[in-house]
Design a protein around this ligand. Sequence first.
Ligand code: RB5
Length: 151
Amino acid sequence: MFIIASDHGGLELKEAIKVSLAERKITVRDLGTMNSDSVDYPDYASKVARAITHGEAEKGILICGTGIGMSIAANKFPGVRAALITDEFTARMSKEHNNANIIVMGGRVLSPEQASAMVSVWLDATFEGGRHQRRLEKISEIEEDVRQGRI
Ligand code: RB5
């Protein structure tokens, strides 16, 4: 499953991305927010990130004003690799090198056109594996070491 969520700062961009995904016949489940009332981004980061951690979704998109708060919150969840992307280059790298399972964007930073192009680049890119896989395994080891109180 493919899921998306935003706070009020990312609402407009979320709606624009949904339109561009629909044009590509890609189905995405919207976990909110659904209106412009002020909400707290950690609540929406949690909805998407917990689904990734528990294997209920394969990939997700999070949007807040800058993308920063959503990134910080989502990356607290084990197994989440949430990448704050800023352009098409970082969108591609987030998949090829980091195998990001969540991309994060700033609704007050990017235009709908920029963001839609970045989402397409991320979806079309392929993880390169090899040395990048080794590095991701080191991140997983860090998560486990922290959980076990070893570091
Ligand atoms: C909300 O005003 C704003 O702080 C939020 O959308 C985000 O940019 C936080 O990182």
